[in-house]
Design a protein around this ligand. Structure first.
Ligand code: F2R
Ligand code: MG
Ligand code: MG
Ligand code: MG
Length: 355
């Protein structure tokens, strides 16, 4: 198996951080006007980095704070690094302790109940609180997917990627429409790490894996219970393929077919589409932005769950293009960016040990 370079690991974590911090400024807006977004980004470029500072930040001299997306991604990474493998008890503990330490990072409305139960000494099955969510149906939110990038950065084997993406998500998201979104996002990062995969091959591989992932009884029954067709992620991946065959797709069609919402099904495929679409220039986005920047700009311009869609697409694009495409002025605007670089190095070493 060929070994991806360190630059892809650093790119992945940096892209994820950028997507969250920049996207969070616009989260929840139904419409994001491109001129306003571009002018906000210009402000970041204008602020010169402070020497030796953790983050030079924006014109206000403060860095853009990360949200729950990054807080949880960091817990995933820190658990993997501390234990040198997936450990559900340790990871659950880190999620809950991190929430207790900083509860105001913008967590999902329901997931905080999981953390509260995990913090109780009475909890002896770390998957139980997640199973109890939504009257036993489990959450289908995108929280499992938004934080999953550390898994494909540690496990080179694709079966391990699927297995541990699922388990890491099931600590909070017991509905298959939640954890299958995490598997899809993890597979996308895994494929992006591989050298020189074409857009077509990338998408074909995702489709064939997801058709298998979504064919089990629980995935079929969860989808039917929510009124969806069978294999909902796979179907959206096929829609992405149709979209990519068109020279342009109106934003309204992207939103109606793929979405910009808080459900994994309405955001993970959108992030993947954004990454693949933005491999090419976009007539609305100035040419001086590179493909990684274009991906993040495009995601945010869709509105809705902007931090989460941009963090997922940013992780994929960062793994694909590497840190060369991470603009220093953007990165230095984000809270804790230097720690991200250190974590990427440690993940890379663990990945290489497993090759
Ligand atoms: N929470 C937010 N953004 C909104 C508020 C931001 C901030 N507080 C502010 O005021 O500005 N963003 C973060 O949440 C998303 C990830 O959420 P996660 O971790 O999946 O949480 P949860 O609570 O499990 O699910 C989210 C919502 O989805 C709906 N839902 C899920 N499963 C459901 C089910 N089975 N039945 C019905 N509804 C279900 C619920 O509304 C959940 O609250 C990211 O965007 C992150 O950035
Ligand atoms: Mg968030
Ligand atoms: Mg174990
Ligand atoms: Mg969000």
């Amino acid at each position: 198996r060929p070994r991806p370079g360190l630059a892809r690991f650093r790119g992945c974590l940096a892209g994820a951080l950028l997507g969250d911090c920049l996207g969070a400024v616009f989260e929840g807006r139904s419409v994001v006007k491109l001129p306003e977004l571009l002018s906000f980004l210009k402000g970041l470029e204008a602020a010169p980095p402070e020497e030796g500072g953790e983050a030079a930040g924006s014109a206000r001299g403060e860095s853009l704070p990360y949200t729950d997306d990054t807080a949880m991604s960091r817990s995933v990474v820190q658990s993997l690094l501390a234990k040198q493998e997936f450990d559900e008890v340790d990871m659950a503990k880190r999620f809950a302790e991190e929430y207790k330490k900083e509860p105001n990072r913008g967590y999902g409305m329901a997931v905080v109940n999981v953390f509260k139960k995990l913090l109780s000494p009475k909890c002896n099955d770390v998957f139980e609180p997640a199973r109890a969510q939504f009257n036993g149906k489990g959450s289908y939110g995108n929280g499992g997917a938004m934080r999953v990038a550390g898994i494909p950065l540690v496990y080179p084997d694709i079966q391990d990627v699927k297995k541990f993406a699922k388990l890491s998500a099931e600590l909070t998201h017991a509905n298959s429409l939640g954890y299958n979104g995490a598997i899809l996002q993890a597979l996308a990062v895994h494929l992006a790490l591989q050298e020189g995969l074409s857009r077509e091959t990338f998408l074909e591989q995702l489709i064939s894996h997801m058709e298998h992932v979504e064919a089990d009884d629980k995935s079929l029954s969860d989808a039917r219970a929510l009124g969806f067709e069978d294999l909902p992620f796979s179907r959206r991946l096929k829609k992405i393929k149709e979209f990519l065959e068109l020279s342009s797709v109106p934003k309204a069609d992207v939103l109606s077919e793929l979405g910009n919402g808080i459900a994994a099904l309405r955001s993970v495929p959108t992030a993947i589409y954004s990454f693949l679409r933005c491999m090419d220039a976009d007539p609305d986005i100035p040419d001086h932005f590179n493909a990684l920047q274009r991906t993040i700009i495009y995601c945010i311009s869709l509105g809705g769950d902007t931090d989460t869609i941009a963090t997922m697409a940013g992780a994929i694009a960062g793994a694909y293009y590497g840190e060369e495409q991470v603009p220093p002025s953007w990165e230095q605007s984000c809270e804790a960016f230097q720690e991200t670089q250190r974590m990427a190095k440690s993940l890379y070493e663990l990945y290489c040990q497993r090759l």
